[in-house]
Write a new protein. Structure first.
Length: 741
């Protein structure tokens, strides 16, 4: 399957979105399509063996839209904004004198009736020319695809006013006494187009601001790189950098791509990627990330990731995917959008017929018909959810919180149970050997056997043994028949000896007696240390005590979360060790899930889901099933690729405080989505009956079509603006919520 993101031109409402999605889904070979009205894009997955991109483009063209594979999004958006601005200004220039002629005729009679009709026709025709696309796409959609959209309503509403006015003008020129200036609707047709163009201009301007975060990210990457080629230092465009290039970075330079330092040292500002304000020290062997800024020293590094594989490119990709995705709540809006325009057309026709039958006043009934068509606004429904999602995911990116999809954003707002993995999540994930208790062998010999075995292990505690061996400059031995058992430990052969290292479960499996040293084991466990037992030829030979420091802020974050949710800790450690860590983290004793095997983590999460909406926070390979099982999986970016891939949200700073910030951000976003949908529904439910004349029998109030045009234009703008107001909370989310423990 191939995935591609394309731009689509000529979309003007959520009905367009539904039409494109429904029609393209029917094509053989299309697996998935998501269309976003908020940024005029479509995300498509398709089978290349069944269909190619040109065929997809042709199908989209057939239903009246233009697909573009590659473009400069910002230039395209600026062009669209400029186009609407120019059209609006010129429409206004011609509409103002038209309005003056229409309103002043009764008082000043500055021109005769025939001249008035000709002047109004000329001025209105110029304005109609600026809004010709509404007519073209509105009528085209109705005739060719047999599907109405927002442009159909506009073209019918404005067209009715304009065509009737042309008809009246012809009768005036033919001296038909039944027609006079009161039969001319040219100013209404002109100002409707003018107000709609103003609305589109403001809407496009506001929509551009919703994707500001993506633009900022895209502008972070430098354009040039200073590389060493043929023993010479040269500058080349960044897209010409290849893996294993040696790149020179000087003070103040932006690091062009991802890599590893091979010479020199410096401090690097990584705030644009991680959100962390303090510079990070870099020396030989440490990784550097593209788009971060070198502060003080100079260094050379070898490129390890370039182009779309860099961290920055992956972040941009993730944010774009999230902005293209649809939240479950949007399904209701999509369903309504599908039937919205046809229903409005029917209401407009029924209203016209009722009033014509009741009053026998064609001008009155025509006014009702035009008002109903113009005031209806499916655009607000189409923009309600995606604009809020675009703003929220952009805010998340600025905070170092990558939200992968809209579903995760919506689900996160409902989370009432947080399950934290212990090692590497609540703790630093850098355990250290604090005690070695040898039995009938030397401490050095115990470390040799332990390190030789742990060298091949992937468990976090194994790293502590290896680091201790490196510190003591221990030479490890060759091993064979290595076997690792998840949640227990590992065993292998070293020479003619059978060696095993792990927890008590592993010792029990091999029937190794550790009862004589139980008091020592319990003493270390009482200090909150993890225990590894080393056996050689089925005899216990050493006890390793390993500790892992709790992360900063953990205690205060858990206190905060405990006020609003059910908080648990899950660990493969024994209950005593887990209890001590949980106590430090302020997690209640009854909320500790200890001695949980990796394969059972997902099962425990599933049990909790029977009563709660669960978020699981983890970082290791063994956390991947639980991350996938949870309603929302939150992965720490220092974790494994498998964990990050399984998570719905990725915390780039590895800061536990961002779990709380993710919750607050999603709640802000969901609140805005509900506000937007309420406004969109409320506006249409209230506005359409008023336009249909429901108040006229009681108050003699009849909605002017021009007022209807203004209301329609600003309904969409109000929804987008409400989403943008979410950015006011960005400073609140950036502030330090908690002090260190």
């Amino acid at each position: 399957m191939k995935k591609i993101e394309i731009s689509i031109e000529n979309m003007h409402c959520s009905s367009c979105v539904k039409k494109i999605e429904d029609d393209v889904k029917k094509i053989d070979g299309i697996k998935k399509i998501n269309v976003s009205f908020a940024n005029n894009k479509a995300y498509i997955e398709y089978d290349e063996s069944k269909i190619n991109l040109n065929q997809i483009f042709e199908e989209i063209k057939k239903i009246g839209y233009k697909a573009i594979e590659k473009n400069n999004d910002e230039n395209l958006q600026n062009k669209e904004i400029k186009s609407y601005k120019i059209k609006f200004l010129f429409s206004l220039i011609f509409s103002i004198p038209l309005m003056y002629l229409a309103m002043s005729y009764n008082y000043y009679k500055i021109v005769n009736l025939k001249s008035l009709s000709i002047l109004q026709f000329i001025l209105a025709s110029f304005v109609i020319a600026f809004g010709y696309k509404f007519f073209y796409y509105g009528i085209f959609s109705l005739i060719k695809t047999k599907a109405a959209n927002m442009d159909t309503l506009i073209s019918l509403g404005v067209g009715s006013a304009y065509i009737y006015s042309v008809f009246a003008s012809v009768n005036i020129l033919l001296n038909n006494k039944n027609y006079d200036h009161n039969n001319l609707y040219f100013e209404i047709a002109a100002f409707l187009i003018t107000f709609i163009l103003l609305g589109r201009y403001l809407e496009t301007l506001a929509k551009g601001k919703t994707s500001l975060a993506i633009k900022k990210l895209m502008h972070l990457s430098p354009k040039q790189a200073r590389v060493i080629r043929d023993n010479k230092e040269i500058e080349i465009p960044i897209d010409q950098v290849v893996i294993n290039d040696i790149i020179v970075v000087k003070p103040g330079d932006k690091i062009p791509v991802d890599g590893v330092v091979i010479e020199g040292a410096s401090s690097v500002d990584e705030s644009m990627i991680s959100g962390e304000s303090l510079p990070v020290e870099k020396k030989e062997g440490t990784n550097v990330t593209g788009a971060t800024i070198n502060k003080t020293g100079s260094f050379k590094f070898k490129a390890t990731k370039v182009g779309k594989d860099t961290v920055l490119s992956q972040i941009i990709h993730l944010v774009k995917e999230a902005q293209m995705s649809k939240a479950p709540i949007q399904q209701l809006a999509d369903l309504i959008a599908k039937y919205f325009v046809p229903v409005v057309l029917i209401i407009a026709i029924i209203a016209f017929l009722i009033w014509q039958f009741t009053l026998n006043d064609f001008m009155f009934s025509l006014t009702i018909f035009i008002s109903v068509l113009i005031i209806a606004c499916p655009c607000a429904l189409g923009l309600a959810t995606p604009t809020a999602i675009m703003v929220a995911t952009g805010m998340g990116a600025e905070l170092g919180i990558l939200i992968k999809n809209a579903t995760a954003l919506q689900k996160m707002s409902k989370i009432n149970c947080f399950v934290f993995d212990k090692t590497g999540t609540l703790t630093e994930g850098k355990p250290q050997v604090t005690n070695i208790y040898p039995i009938d062998i030397s401490e050095q010999e115990a470390l040799i056997y332990a390190a030789s075995l742990e060298k091949k292990s992937s468990h976090p505690l194994a790293n502590a043994i290896i680091e201790k061996a490196d510190l003591e400059k221990i030479n490890i031995k060759e091993i064979s028949d290595f076997l690792e058992e998840a949640g227990k430990g590992a065993n292998a052969s070293i020479g003619n000896k059978k060696v095993a290292i792990g927890n008590q479960k592993l010792m029990d499996k091999f029937n190794i007696d550790y009862s004589k040293h139980l008091s020592t084991i319990e003493h270390f466990m009482g200090e909150g240390k993890s225990i590894l037992l080393l056996s050689i030829d089925n005899n216990l030979k050493a006890i390793f005590a390993i500790t892992d420091m709790i992360k900063p802020h953990v205690k205060n974050v858990i206190i905060k979360l405990n006020q609003i949710a059910y908080v648990l800790m899950m660990s493969g450690d024994n209950k005593k060790t887990a209890h001590i860590i949980a106590t430090k983290a302020r997690i209640e004793y009854n909320n500790i899930l200890a001695e949980i095997l990796p394969q059972d983590k997902a099962k425990e999460v599933k049990k909790l889901q029977e009563k709660h909406f669960v978020a699981f926070i983890g970082d290791g390979i063994n956390d991947a099933p639980a991350l996938s099982q949870a309603d929302v999986g939150i992965a720490l970016s220092h974790g494994t690729d498998v964990a990050i891939e399984s998570g719905d949200i990725v915390l780039m700073k590895d800061d536990i405080r961002d779990v709380y910030k993710s919750l607050k951000l999603s709640q802000y976003a969901y609140k805005k989505i509900k506000q937007n949908l309420f406004w969109a529904f409320f506006y249409n439910v209230l506005a359409i009956p008023v336009a249909a004349g429901i108040l006229y029998p009681f108050t003699n109030f009849l909605l002017n079509p021009m007022i209807a045009g203004v209301a329609m234009a600003f309904s969409s703008v109000s929804v987008v603006t409400n989403s943008l107001l979410m950015k006011r909370h960005l400073k609140t989310l950036k502030r330090p919520y908690f002090k260190k423990n």
